[in-house]
Design a binder for this molecule. Structure first.
Ligand SMILES: [Zn+2]
Length: 291
């Protein structure tokens, strides 16, 4: 469940439709968890190229002379096998596989549009392609099977990211929205709060509004330390215990809902910092009582 005033969420029905489509394609073209977007393109006679196209876009699907071509911008996605490159490629495959997107390109009514991938765009067409990419790289059944076995927090998220060839951000969003566990993730850009994602249980238990100003973070909190660019532990992230009231301003200090949370924070380089929060007890019911 994403909380961001500026980004329009997809309807549940649309999400379901897109995730089923992506899962079907993943099953059809890959027997392993680490899928190859290039193979899927080849099987559909879609050509592709990697090049340095400045800073204008991450990827683009072009339709010319009845043929489709995917451009991936190395200037923005680093290596061709980087998680961001894989996500970008799958995002463009989304524009091909989602009927409405492909048809509008084929009809020539809309020109090829440059894409910004991995949750950087609030545009609904882009969000649909992002959602497709996430579900193609991490199809529901395979994702749940794997994610249920890993430890909650960034240790587990790392394993998911490696297994499916996705970024920490993509793995975290998929984890949080699949409701395997009670948790929340908060993304910070280098200049401040960007967005957050709450698992359904966290939302229902009324842990909703979170700190949105860097200055309100306790000075020694993992998030503040990551934002300051301090060196993290060997694990690659910061971790400490915190309280619900430290992170959720509507939770009264000392109230029964002021439970202990574990706060982890990881630096994403130029993409900022990601905070991962989960109740120390592992779970709570819908009233916020520890289970
Ligand atoms: Zn796009």
């Amino acid at each position: 469940m994403q909380e961001n005033k500026h980004i329009k969420a997809l309807s549940r029905e649309r999400e379901q439709e897109i995730s089923e489509l992506a899962e079907f394609i993943a099953e059809e073209y890959s027997t392993v968890d680490y899928i190859s977007p290039e193979k899927i393109a080849e099987a559909n006679q879609i050509t592709f190229s990697y090049g340095d196209y400045g800073d204008a876009f991450d990827g683009m699907l072009e339709h010319r002379f009845s043929k489709f071509h995917i451009y991936c911008n190395l200037n923005r996605i680093n290596r061709i096998d980087s998680p961001r490159a894989r996500f970008t490629f799958c995002h463009e495959l989304g524009h091909y596989y989602i009927d409405e997107h492909r048809q509008s390109l084929e009809s020539g009514k809309v020109p090829a549009h440059p894409s910004r991938c991995e949750y950087e765009s609030g545009n609904i067409v882009e969000r649909e392609a992002d959602y497709f990419a996430s579900n193609l790289l991490m199809p529901t059944k395979r994702f749940l099977q794997f994610a249920k076995k890993v430890k909650i927090g960034f240790e587990g998220i790392h394993k998911i990211a490696n297994n499916f060839g996705v970024s920490i951000i993509s793995a975290s969003i998929r984890y949080c929205s699949s409701n395997i566990a009670s948790c929340a993730i908060i993304k910070w850009n280098v200049d401040g709060y960007a967005w957050k994602w709450l698992s359904a249980k966290t939302y229902k238990a009324q842990y909703r509004k979170t700190i949105e100003f860097q200055n309100n973070l306790p000075i020694d909190s993992p998030t503040a330390r990551a934002l300051r660019g301090e060196n993290s532990s060997e694990k690659g992230f910061f971790e400490a215990g915190t309280t619900a009231s430290s992170w959720f301003p509507y939770i009264k200090q000392g109230s029964h809902k002021d439970i202990i949370f574990i706060e982890q924070a990881i630096s994403l380089g130029r993409f900022g910092v990601l905070t991962f929060l989960y109740p120390e007890s592992g779970n709570y019911d819908f009233e916020g009582n520890i289970l």
